[in-house]
Design a protein around this ligand. Structure first.
Ligand code: UDP
Length: 318
């Protein structure tokens, strides 16, 4: 039986990954400091006898009893809203935290997967973004705690892997959404869906012409598992994972407004600094190496988020 550590396992992507790993028969050690991850996210799986939850901040050394075959490092707050309020925590999780996660992999001789981000491309001067593009990141901007620590971690994972003979993989995750996102998370899908359901104004930043591609959580987890599982990828370098269906933020606002049947107004507010103007992954590498492509149409994924948020809202009102 494979014993897998998921650092950041109570977070939005981490808890879904833990669930899928348990479903296929892994033993899972879920490590989280519950800063943005939530215990409620793992309540359904915590009773599984193959699941162990360890409350731990990965910026401190991590010791786990027994064998570990695989280490996923997903720990980090990831909402631009958190970049302003938790910059130092994010910078340290993405640097010291990665070192501690790598030290665990070294001690256990485990395969290691680091979850990086589309943010390593910064304000991309190339479109779409393929893995050989080095990016255009502001090293001291409001997103730098996240962007630069992820870039540092890509380097550290690569260097650590070659120095200590660890099989390292790097996923560059693009915008991902799903029903388990915190409604107050601050990212665009939870914001727009909660606003539309409550009939509050939908807050579009700038004129809404900036673009993103939204990948449904199940597709992302499938990609991460494939990237970890596939043999022979030791020197494959970073792999983009995300949807390549590009839409503007204003189009997204309208889609969500229509799908909820909301009467919410769309209001335009100031564009935050360093907000990427266009973002779309080139996902050919993931497709070639893993046979992976996202499957869930945006309309279907949004409906699943809307359903969950509506049922929570209905319970809160009662
Ligand atoms: N955005 C918006 N209104 C909101 C939240 C976000 O218009 O209430 C925009 C944001 O400025 C960005 C896009 O939606 O252009 C995606 O933002 P998100 O925070 O989800 O993630 P990002 O891709 O910026 O990391």
């Amino acid at each position: 039986m494979t014993r897998t550590a998921v650092i950041g396992g109570a977070g939005f992507i981490g808890n879904s990954l833990c669930e899928k790993l348990l479903e296929r028969g892994d033993e899972v050690v879920c490590v989280d400091n519950l800063s943005s991850g939530r215990r409620i996210n793992i309540s359904r799986i915590e009773t599984n006898e193959r699941m162990l939850f360890v409350k731990h901040d990965i910026t401190e050394a991590l010791h786990i009893e027994g064998r570990i075959d695989r280490v996923f490092h997903l720990a980090s707050m990831a909402s631009p809203r958190d970049f302003a309020t938790h910059a130092l925590d994010i910078a340290l999780t993405g640097s010291v935290g990665t070192l501690n996660a790598l030290l665990l992999a070294k001690e256990k001789r485990a395969r290691f997967l680091f979850t990086s981000t589309s943010e390593v491309y910064g304000q991309p001067a190339r479109h779409p973004q393929s893995e050989d593009y080095w990016g255009n990141v502001n090293p001291v901007g409001i997103r730098s705690c996240y962007d630069e620590s992820k870039r540092f971690s890509e380097m550290l994972s690569t260097v650590f892997g070659s120095t200590h003979d660890i099989d390292v993989r790097i996923a560059r995750i693009f915008n991902t959404y799903g029903p388990a996102m915190r409604p107050g998370d601050g990212r665009v899908v939870p914001n727009f869906v909660s606003q539309a359901i409550a009939g509050r104004p939908i807050t579009v930043n700038g004129d809404g012409s900036q673009t993103r591609c939204f990948c449904y959580i199940d597709d992302m987890v499938d990609g991460l598992m494939k990237l970890m599982d596939r043999d022979g990828l030791r020197n494959a370098g970073p792999v983009n994972l995300g949807s390549d269906r590009e839409i503007t933020v204003l189009q997204l606002a309208n889609m969500i407004r229509d799908a909820t049947g909301s009467q919410s107004k769309i209001v335009f507010q100031e564009m935050p600094g360093d907000d990427p103007v266009r973002r779309r992954p080139d996902i050919r590498k993931a497709n070639q190496l893993l046979g992976w492509k996202p499957k869930t149409p945006l309309a279907d994924g949004l409906n699943m988020v809307i359903e969950r948020y509506s049922s929570v809202a209905a319970k809160t009102v009662r």
